[in-house]
Design a protein around this ligand. Structure first.
Ligand SMILES: Cc1cc2nc3c(=O)[nH]c(=O)nc-3n(C[C@H](O)[C@H](O)[C@H](O)COP(=O)(O)OP(=O)(O)OC[C@H]3O[C@@H](n4cnc5c(N)ncnc54)[C@H](O)[C@@H]3O)c2cc1C
Ligand code: HEM
Length: 399
């Protein structure tokens, strides 16, 4: 708990952080990487270059300052962070290093406004938050039965081309077993070294658990320059029989599989991966579940995992499926491959029939923002909406 003495300083920081948050976190990362170049192997340097990592940390610090009196509001944010940290192998002894550089950055950016009292208050707040994260991460490591930072060596058993730009990789332990249990919706971190830089990236497990493999389905990121480091490495350099280093499964996005209440899955682009894991699991464990599955793709050639969808459809008799193609092509058949052209529109999903259902969203940030706004605008309680973001969460839905 934050002391009474520190509270006025944290309260007064809210407006300062709104204005200077990204400057502080940018300064923080620059100084920390200069002092600890080895951290470049843990942090995602693509997110660093695009600035989303700096925005994400600034958003989290801001969310903390604005909400520390109401810890419930912070629970989902903390959950997301600790799962991400655990997949990356963050340990308690990393925290003092990050804390030092964060306080130095506050001092450097605020100059004279960073009084000793303000710095002491932030030192205390950082300690409180760090302890919450460290304890939660210890619990996650213990549950997963792994030493922090430990990766397992997996062999690529099979590779399948799922669409023009998505490949699935089937991964097994060296003795041909499943690399571990997971809940549909969870992800793993995969390590790769390209041009001497070791990097970790998260990939959602895209098939059901309880099989003797894990599957990830990776989209090649080559539309922007520079082309994505690890996705292109996986697509171009990894063959059947190669080894990959991967974490245990983590992630707080875990659509409930059991139960009878309807479940609504809304995805776009490669955000379909955790949803297919959910569908494949429901098809095995709870095939009578009422499901609304809606997906938005550019067109049929950019619509991965359609074979899985066909199979799940055959088992899930109470599934309503609505497919949107933004720019259908001549070989895409309306009524067969897709139902509507254009972007996903909530009005076409008939969600009014499911007033209590939990809604799960996964896709690019523009899609997530749009659906969140439309759902909340239509009166859906935010507590019913669950999100998986394929990048650092900028928390723009709550800030
Ligand atoms: C929980 C989670 C689950 C995920 N699940 C999946 C999944 O199932 N399937 C999937 O395909 N992906 C998934 N992702 C995304 C995945 O982790 C990677 O982010 C994605 O593969 C891109 O990584 P990369 O190394 O190829 O690209 P990066 O090298 O990280 O580049 C990403 C973007 O940043 C830009 N960039 C890089 N360097 C610079 C620079 N110097 N200047 C300007 N811009 C730059 C690139 O142009 C590119 O657009 C998931 C992410 C998360 C967090
Ligand atoms: C109180 C302290 C900390 C806070 C508030 C914090 C916050 C965050 C947030 C908000 C994210 C983004 C989560 C997301 O994907 O949405 C993140 C990711 C990350 N954090 Fe922390 N963190 C803290 C401490 C640390 C420490 C000590 C380390 C160790 C070096 C660390 C390393 C990372 C890494 C490597 C990522 C992933 C970055 C990326 O993929 O872009 N963090 N953290």
């Amino acid at each position: 708990m934050l002391s009474e003495a520190a509270r006025p300083y944290i309260d007064a920081s809210v407006s300062v952080l709104r204005e200077h948050g990204v400057a502080i976190t940018t300064h923080f990362y620059d100084a920390m990487f200069a002092a600890h170049p080895e951290f470049k192997n843990i942090f995602n340097m693509g997110n660093q270059a695009s600035g989303t990592q700096q925005q994400s940390l600034a958003a989290a610090v801001f969310a903390y300052a604005a909400n520390y009196r109401n810890p419930d509001a912070l629970t989902p944010v903390v959950e997301r962070i600790v799962h991400k940290h655990a997949s990356l192998g963050i340990t308690a002894d990393h925290y003092p290093i990050v804390g030092k550089h964060l306080l130095d950055a506050i001092q450097a950016v605020l100059g004279d406004a960073a009084t000793p009292e303000l710095l002491a208050a932030w030192g205390e707040a950082y300690g409180v938050l760090a302890n919450v994260l460290i304890e939660a991460e210890k619990t996650l490591y213990a549950k997963a039965g792994v030493t922090p930072g430990e990766l397992q060596t997996l062999v690529v058993k099979e590779i399948r081309q799922e669409s023009d730009n998505v490949k699935s990789f089937y991964l097994q332990t060296l003795d041909g077993k499943s690399p571990g249990n997971f809940q549909p919706g969870q992800y793993i971190s995969v390590a790769g070294t390209v041009d001497g830089l070791r990097q970790l990236r998260q990939y959602s497990l895209s098939d059901a658990p309880d099989q003797n493999w894990w599957r990830i389905s990776v989209k090649r990121e080559d539309e922007n320059q520079p082309a994505g480091l690890i996705s292109n490495w996986l697509h171009d350099d990894i063959d059947v029989g190669d080894m990959l280093e991967a974490s245990a499964a983590f992630g707080d996005f875990k659509p409930a599989i059991d139960g009878e209440d309807p479940i609504i899955l809304l995805s776009a682009g490669v955000g379909i991966t955790p949803m297919i894991s959910v569908l494949n699991t429901l098809a095995k464990r709870n095939p009578s579940r009422r499901v609304v599955f809606a997906h938005a793709a550019r067109h049929g050639s950019h619509h991965p995992l359609r074979g899985d969808l066909r199979k799940a459809r055959a088992s899930l008799k109470a599934m309503t499926e609505v497919q949107f193609y933004e720019t259908p092509q001549s070989n895409d058949e309306v009524g067969v491959d897709y139902q509507y052209s254009g972007r996903m529109a909530l009005g076409k999903l008939g969600l009014d029939a499911y007033p209590q259902a939990n809604i799960y969203l996964c896709g690019p940030s523009g899609f997530m923002q749009q659906q969140w706004k439309s759902l909340v605008g239509a009166g859906v309680a935010p507590s019913r909406i669950h999100r998986e973001v394929f990048g650092p969460d900028l928390l723009d839905h709550i800030l």
